[in-house]
Design a protein around this ligand. Structure first.
Ligand code: FAD
Length: 382
């Protein structure tokens, strides 16, 4: 058994790094344990390590890291495409989104955590140490055991590890797959986040085209199972009525991972907290995962540090975390989005096409997705 910590964080993704920064800033003796920094692609092609972010996520990064998020390119709005290729553009001169360089972003966050005083061990956690049902530490891949007053599990969507805490992981998930493509024509018209949907193109929530530069973009889509993902992604590139004409055929390197659709039954327990994708904090409407991971990770670090300093890491004490994130504006949006996203996931192409027709000749509002879901729901009622 080595050192005892106040806070031990499992996973160096946006949630775990944010928790490490806030816990160490609040004076807790903090350890971060992870086999790797999340969303980095070893020897990967520049641009494949990107996530699309909006102003709230950018602000959350800035608050946590004390610097602007590193990005490939700024985007100026959105384009939404129906299953048959009807498209609606909502573009402005101002910057409304960015394609985050995730390798640089997680490196900045790790440095900030270490500067604040966190220790970092590069290793997987394979087991949680418990005493009378209370989590008291972890066992690492090399057999080392480390004790901690509070364990914050931020391991992403990793059902096997989450279950070891005695917590039921979200039952549904989607497999997201992305690849870099070159655009047929180089230009400013690509500087939009483009959302496309339809069962023909994705049997789940749909996908995005996100610019990396004026001539390169990433196509990303979410489907129900890993086995079908390549087939769907290649079909979009070759056959989609809008995208296949805009992008060049490029069967290059693909990169993917699992994303939860739904919350874990709880995000706290005796001696532990769960945060980020590990707790199901991904917002499926609009695809917001990074922002929630950063915001709720910050809350987890603060509450964990406070509980550790008070010497009370009971389930009753740590429940405050769930109360706090649920009442935050982003928590409220997440709770609303989970059932709504099911409507979008289950709607067939004919219904979606008809719902898109309601936007013809109309201004696109701030939350297109919720409006689209409303249109779909109304048609389901008839
Ligand atoms: C292909 C793809 C595209 C996406 N696109 C977007 C997007 O455009 N915008 C957006 O906001 N979100 C997007 N997401 C979702 C977003 O990536 C996640 O919501 C976000 O990264 C969650 O952060 P996290 O810290 O909870 O988990 P993760 O980023 O998954 O980090 C988990 C960390 O835990 C570590 N870990 C795993 N197992 C163990 C273990 N046993 N022991 C110790 N550590 C462990 C991992 O190595 C990793 O460092 C996308 C996801 C995928 C897969």
């Amino acid at each position: 058994m080595i050192d005892e910590y106040d806070i031990l964080i499992v996973g160096a993704g946006f949630a775990g790094l944010s928790a490490a920064i806030s816990a160490s800033k609040d004076g807790a003796k903090t350890l971060l344990v992870s086999p790797a920094l999340a969303k980095t692609i070893p020897d990967g092609e520049a641009g494949l390590d990107l996530l699309g972010i909006g102003p709230k996520t950018a602000a959350a990064f800035e608050k946590v890291a004390d610097c602007s998020p590193p990005y490939y390119i700024a985007t100026h709005g959105f384009k939404y495409i129906s299953p048959d290729g009807r498209s609606f553009t909502d573009r402005s001169e101002e910057e409304r989104g960015w394609t985050l360089m995730t390798t640089e972003a997680t490196q900045i966050l790790l440095k900030k955590a270490v500067v604040n005083g966190s220790d970092y061990i590069k290793s997987p956690v394979i087991y949680f140490l418990t005493e009378n049902g209370k989590v008291e530490g972890v066992m690492l891949g090399d057999g080392r055991m480390i004790r901690s007053k509070v364990v914050i599990c931020a391991c992403g969507y990793n059902p096997n590890l989450i279950e070891k805490l005695g917590v039921k992981p979200p039952e549904e998930s989607l497999f997201a797959l992305q690849t870099i493509v070159e655009m047929e024509k180089e230009g400013d018209e690509h500087l939009l986040f483009t959302f496309f949907c339809g069962k023909k193109w994705s049997d789940s929530l749909g996908g995005f085209l996100m610019p990396v530069s004026r001539k390169k973009a990433v196509v990303a889509l979410g489907v129900k199972s890993r086995e079908d993902a390549h087939r769907y992604l290649l079909r979009v590139i070759k056959e989609h009525p809008v995208l296949s004409k805009a992008i060049k055929w490029n069967p290059g390197r693909m990169y993917g991972g699992l994303i939860p659709l739904g919350l874990t039954e709880k995000s706290f327990g005796d001696g532990f907290l769960l945060v980020g994708d590990a707790a199901g904090h991904f917002r499926p409407v609009g695809g917001v995962g990074t922002g929630n991971a950063l915001i709720f990770g910050d809350i987890a670090g603060k509450i964990g540090a406070k509980a550790a300093s008070e010497g009370d890491s009971s389930s009753e004490r740590l429940q405050e975390f769930e109360e706090e994130w649920k009442k935050s504006p982003e928590g409220q949006k997440l709770i609303q989005a989970i059932p709504y996203s099911k409507v979008l996931r289950e709607a067939d192409d004919g219904l979606l096409e008809d719902a898109f027709s309601a936007f013809e000749g109309r201004e696109i509002g701030e939350n297109f997705y919720l409006e689209l879901i409303r249109e779909v729901s109304e048609r389901l009622k008839v």
